[in-house]
Design a protein around this ligand. Sequence first.
Ligand SMILES: C[S@@+](CC[C@H](N)C(=O)[O-])C[C@H]1O[C@@H](n2cnc3c(N)ncnc32)[C@H](O)[C@@H]1O
Length: 327
Amino acid sequence: MAAALYGPSGFYCTNAPEQHFRTSGNAGPLFAASLVPLVVAIDESLGHPSRLDVVDVGAGDARLLTTLHQALPDELAVRTRLTAVEVRPRPTGLPLDVGWLNTAPQHITGLVLAHELLDNVPCDVAEFQSGGLHVVQVDSGTGAERAAGPPTQEQADWIDRWWPISDDGDRAEIGVQRDRAWAELVSHLDRGVAVAVDYGHTLTERSSGLYDAGTLTAYRDGRQVAPIPDGSCDITAHVAMDSCAEAGRTAGADTTVLRRQAAALRALGLDARRPPVDLARTDPQAYVQRLARASHAAELLDPTSLGSFWWLLQTTNCSLDPAILGA
Ligand SMILES: C[S@@+](CC[C@H](N)C(=O)[O-])C[C@H]1O[C@@H](n2cnc3c(N)ncnc32)[C@H](O)[C@@H]1O
């Protein structure tokens, strides 16, 4: 998965990924605008520092970052330092005041965002077979699978704690690397808030049997395809959000909130109410704009798609009220 996504001929090195999938962040400006109350509250909880960091890790083309910046109140926008963290090269035309780094800054005061990053952090898959666990190895040409020996002790411990499996054919997608990636981001936060937004699940859901076959899949040209690690598609697996939360706590997070996107965005003030029909007569242009906004909001809140994403929010050395996400 690592080579297929980030190797020299990996998907993210050879493609413009935004053409292959739609995220809340690249689907329109509303998601970024919905984050404004969160950034304002973080700023307040930090006592309006002279420089407020907004760091987007796995920023893609940095559209979320630049759209969010435009939506901030002027007084806050001038104090905000924007940093995109990406393994890809800096896009041409990106405003010069947006920093572009390959790894997260060591010291961050403000907000760290990881929007659809963790599902792309490589994970090994383990399968239970004949009384034991083995790691699944995949032929990068054909997608054929074979058993590749037992998981490492660290992986086995993770499975035992976070995704126990005991029936032949059941799979666990091992979150060790995701936990590590998230913990590292939290550890770079001197003061502020880290937010991960992703497809995910928690132990209760994993234990229900819903995920016994795993979630590993791939996208190419907007369509779901077999996850063959040949570099031609975006390979992704849902994130064990609760194990990332635990890793964040171990890395120093003080408070944790884990919410579905629909609940989090509603708490931040997003609603999908349609404009009054009368407006169509008095101001047709405003009506159309508000209708378009309502339909985009409905997409972000839809419990069967984007609204079902998980938001993991963790704070370090700041007094942000978790109720900001309705917790
Ligand atoms: C699914 S895309 C999400 C892009 C954007 N955040 C959005 O929501 O539209 C995941 C991005 O994470 C980037 N990425 C993956 N691993 C990374 C890492 N360790 N550091 C920085 N960026 C990473 C990929 O290059 C890719 O652009």
